[in-house]
Design a protein around this ligand. Structure first.
Ligand code: TRP
Length: 331
């Protein structure tokens, strides 16, 4: 039996390079080693977009296209829609008994999101509880390997606390602890250099961006604000162009030399940005081309088939969960 790899994304926008280095690439490279479950997390997306269901609905297909375009193979990985698996919702309710309010309020990722989204005054309960829902996402499929960005580490810890409590209280060895598999480049900054790359902050390069958008975003990228003349000494640290070159430029020796040259002075931003543009265009153009071949009908078939397979697995776990909790009244 292969171990279960499980992950997902909120369909609140198209996926970008941060997703690619944080998680998408590992999903593709690991998909034949593990039993892979990849979810379009629409229920979670609604926790901060409940007033905007149209946005979530539209982006389910965008996210699924991104998955297929980067090379997630629907014959190897089960791709499904979270809201269509009611077993996740049921397990979420049972898990709520196992988590305290103060524990939820301490989750650093949730805290950061509340500040970023201006929700500190009046916190919707649904949003505060999404880590419990995410624990159920993972546990119901017995997920063990979770490819995700660095910001998901607190969710994994919270999931493991819940899983351990569940197994101990109901005296079973049913649910599995999981571990994050953080992509090589953990965290990719946005082109503004201030925040992480994020669809909501508008500072990301999308896997579906056209050539001109990539060119313009690279042109706008934050470098070293004190590097005014080519002859000036430049700073590499915090310079987004170098952070991206670290993530995407394959010739590492050349990169070491470029950094030295930049620090010494005499290397301008323009040639560096040209180099980065070439790297990004080479990466994204095949993804863009693949995306263009995917019909709505095909994506729907993939989602329908994946959701049906996922549901079978979730139902199997829930039969055991209910038995452990004394809820199997009619069986
Ligand atoms: N929280 C993830 C995000 O912000 C999405 C997600 C939902 C997820 N359920 C998951 C990730 C389960 C890993 C495992 O995009």
């Amino acid at each position: 039996m292969k171990q279960v790899l499980l992950t997902g994304d909120r369909p609140s926008g198209k996926l970008h390079l941060g997703h690619y280095v944080g998680s998408l690439l590992s999903r593709v490279t690991m998909q034949d080693q593990y039993d892979s479950y990849i979810m379009v997390a629409d229920v979670q997306a609604l926790t901060d977009n409940f007033e905007n269901p149209g946005l979530v609905q539209k982006n389910i297909y965008e996210v699924a296209s991104d998955y297929l375009a980067v090379g997630i193979d629907p014959n190897l990985a089960t791709i499904y829609i979270q809201s269509q698996i009611p077993e996740i919702t049921e397990l979420t309710i049972y898990f709520m008994n196992l988590v305290s309010l103060s524990r939820l309020e301490r989750n650093p990722t949730v805290k950061a999101e509340l500040t970023q989204k201006g929700m500190t005054e009046s916190i919707p309960v649904g949003f505060l509880c999404y880590p419990i829902n995410q624990a159920a996402d993972i546990a119901v499929f017995l997920g063990e390997i979770i490819p995700a960005g660095e910001d998901q580490q607190p969710m994994i810890e919270q999931t493991n606390e819940i899983v351990r409590r569940f197994n101990r209280i109901y005296d079973v060895e049913l649910l599995k602890e999981c571990q994050a598999h953080i992509g090589l480049n953990g965290r990719l900054p946005g082109i503004d250099g201030k925040n992480k790359a994020s669809k909501s902050l508008g500072n990301a390069i999308f896997l579906s961006d056209d050539t001109e958008s990539i060119r313009n975003k690279v042109k706008d990228m934050y470098t070293d604000p004190n590097h005014l003349k080519v002859s000036d000494k430049g700073q590499v640290e915090g310079n987004v162009v170098f952070t991206y070159l670290d993530a995407f430029h394959n010739d590492k020796d050349e990169l070491v030399e470029l950094k030295e040259h930049y620090k010494r002075g005499g290397l301008g931003d323009v040639p560096l940005k040209a180099l980065l543009f070439n790297d990004l265009e080479a990466l994204i153009s095949p993804i863009r081309d693949k995306r263009a071949t995917l019909s709505h009908k095909f994506i729907k078939e993939v989602l329908l088939d994946g959701t049906s397979r996922a549901r079978t697995k979730a139902q199997e776990t829930m039969r055991q969960v209910r038995a452990a909790m004394g809820l199997n009244h009619f069986t």
